[in-house]
Design a protein around this ligand. Structure first.
Ligand code: HEM
Length: 529
């Protein structure tokens, strides 16, 4: 609710999905209420297709073509003109669905009820439980990132072009390596044991747990990806999702539950000794390390709660960070000037690559590097990892403008209205970002003393349910970018054709549909060797 009101003050672009024909008494009440509040209706888009499902089908088709975010802009501009940012989209037979209920029903079978999937009182309790764990000093484990960065370098090194000793790799896709790394980091941060998808030889033997099979570390990424694809399909089918065969989705859910359950049971059985059993990492006693499961177990011993909350954070934090890293290098490989300027900043501050001394401090990362922060902000503007967010109005409310012929009147929003907030479309508006809104230009964030952002820029959401991991994601991404640019002194896009349009592949998060096809040059390459 808070978000809806605040967003309404500054977000003149949104879509309303509403029940196409509310009952007459409701209609009359809405009209009276709207009049009383001095509101005028927002423009209504044409009803399209059989039973009005045209808009929904167009959206699904665009999503399949990996251009869903652009479609939102084209659909509204095409029918209403470029100056209309608030529209009502009539979809016949569209059930009024509480968005959280929708999310809960789609996601709960896989991740259980936790901070991401719950609502109301249950969400408040979840947030109170999980939030303290994200206090900054808990997450400053740079040594953890460094170990996984080294595994990333080893994975990149496999693409080295050894025949023509020139230091450049063959063309390869960087994106899956970021997904592996993010899964490895998150599983270590959540359960204390990484799945080591980047390098399975790093896996340590786990203790035996009577009555439980060892967790399937090999296929957890596969089950997460498979389950997410089904969540997407189930979401699209919504009330007809019972038509879908349940086996595959159930198999993914069962495997993921089993994986998390194993660690939960081990923690519950071993108590504080759980931390002693973690692989010893140099320089830091295990008891000092941050493991979310361990922290949560100090507050609750409920195995289902522990499983659900950790899985909720796993899904919220893993793919989002990987997708962001992918997009950063997608743009860097296409914008040599940005790469050069960013690398200069990094080398000036931290010096060239040294394997055993990254020279990076947590404080610097938390405060943010000047140009690197601009690069991250600009990347999330051009390719938001969550390109469309949504809310439901919990009670009657008003958006301050968008109604009437001049679109300057308030718009009445009845209780239960679903509001879509197209984060990507917001980032493309010339009236907010200037005539070059469609260009990737991090400098815009530094001009005129530095751009501050409000609700016109919401890649991490806003209001009460704003992303809990924003700082963690920024710190993690910054660390990886710094180390990558120390280690590699040149990057080339290897996408074919070179001018291929950007593709937004959406499965909950939004990643590049063509991957991140690059060649990188190793700064430590010795030509004489
Ligand atoms: C680039 C990286 C990330 C992006 C773009 C992102 C984006 C978002 C967005 C848009 C939401 C709000 C969803 C809504 O409106 O309901 C959200 C919620 C959340 N995010 Fe993130 N996120 C990122 C990384 C992370 C990380 C690394 C973690 C944790 C390790 C995390 C944990 C969460 C949690 C727990 C919530 C739920 C908050 C709540 O409902 O109270 N996120 N994120």
């Amino acid at each position: 609710m808070f978000f809806v009101i605040i967003a309404a003050l500054v977000l003149p672009i949104f879509l309303i999905y509403r029940h196409f024909s509310p009952r007459d008494d409701k209609k009359q009440r809405y009209a009276e209420e709207a009049r009383r509040r001095g509101c005028a209706p927002a423009p209504v888009m044409r009803k399209k297709g059989f039973l009005g499902f045209g808009h929904l089908l167009d959206g699904l088709k665009a999503s399949r073509q990996e251009r869903g975010p652009q479609h939102v802009i084209e659909a509204i501009d095409g029918e209403m003109g470029p100056d209309v940012h608030t529209v009502i989209v009539p979809i016949s037979d569209y059930e009024l669905i509480d968005v959280s209920e929708h999310r809960t029903a789609s996601w709960k079978p896989m991740f259980g009820l936790g901070i991401f999937t719950s609502r109301g009182e249950q969400w408040k309790q979840s947030r109170a439980l999980v939030r303290p764990q994200f206090a900054t000093d808990q997450i400053n484990d740079l040594e953890l990132y460094e170990r996984h960065v080294q595994q990333l370098f080893a994975a990149i090194d496999k693409h080295q072009n050894r025949e023509h000793n020139e230091g450049f790799t063959h063309p390869f896709d960087l994106q899956p390596l970021f997904y592996n790394m993010a899964l490895d980091v998150m599983t270590e941060m959540l359960y204390g044991h990484s799945v080591h998808s980047q390098d399975p030889s790093e896996r340590v033997e786990l203790p035996s747990l009577p009555g439980y099979d060892p967790p399937d570390r090999e296929r957890i990424g596969y089950h997460m990806d498979g389950g997410k694809a089904w969540i997407e399909i189930r979401g699209a089918f919504w009330k007809y999702r019972w038509l879908l065969p349940p086996w595959w989705f159930n198999e993914h859910c069962a495997a993921i539950h089993k994986y998390a359950e194993w660690f939960v049971q081990l923690r519950l059985q071993q108590g504080e000794k759980y931390m002693d059993g973690l692989r010893h990492q140099s320089g830091r006693p295990n008891s000092d390390r941050f493991v979310l499961l361990n922290e949560l177990a100090h507050v609750t011993q409920d195995p289902v709660e522990l499983r659900s909350q950790t899985l909720n954070v796993l899904t919220a934090g893993r793919d989002t960070t990987a997708a962001l890293l992918g997009w950063i290098f997608y743009f860097l490989s296409r914008h040599r000037d940005v790469w050069v300027r960013l690398r200069c900043e990094i080398i000036l501050i931290y010096g060239p690559y040294q394997e055993d001394d990254p020279g990076v401090t947590f404080r610097q990362l938390r405060d943010g590097l000047h140009y690197l922060t601009a690069v991250i902000n600009e990347t999330l503007r051009m390719a938001p990892v969550v390109p469309l967010n949504d809310r439901i109005s919990l009670r009657d409310t008003v958006l301050p403008r968008g109604g009437g012929p001049n679109r300057d009147k308030p718009v009445f929003v009845p209780e239960g209205t679903q509001i879509l907030i197209p984060t990507y479309a917001l980032g493309q508006r010339p009236d907010i970002w200037g005539p070059d809104a469609d260009q990737y230009r991090p400098e815009r964030w530094l001009e005129n003393g530095g751009r501050k952002f409000g609700f016109e820029y919401v890649p991490f959401g806003g209001g009460a349910r704003q992303c809990l991991g924003q700082q963690l994601a920024r710190i993690k991404a910054s660390y990886v970018v710094i180390r990558m640019l120390q280690r590699y002194d040149a990057i080339l896009s290897a996408e074919y054709p070179p001018d291929a349009p950007i593709r937004f592949h959406h499965t909950i998060e939004n990643r590049s549909g063509s991957g991140v096809q690059v060649r990188v040059h190793d700064s430590t390459w010795d030509d004489s060797s």
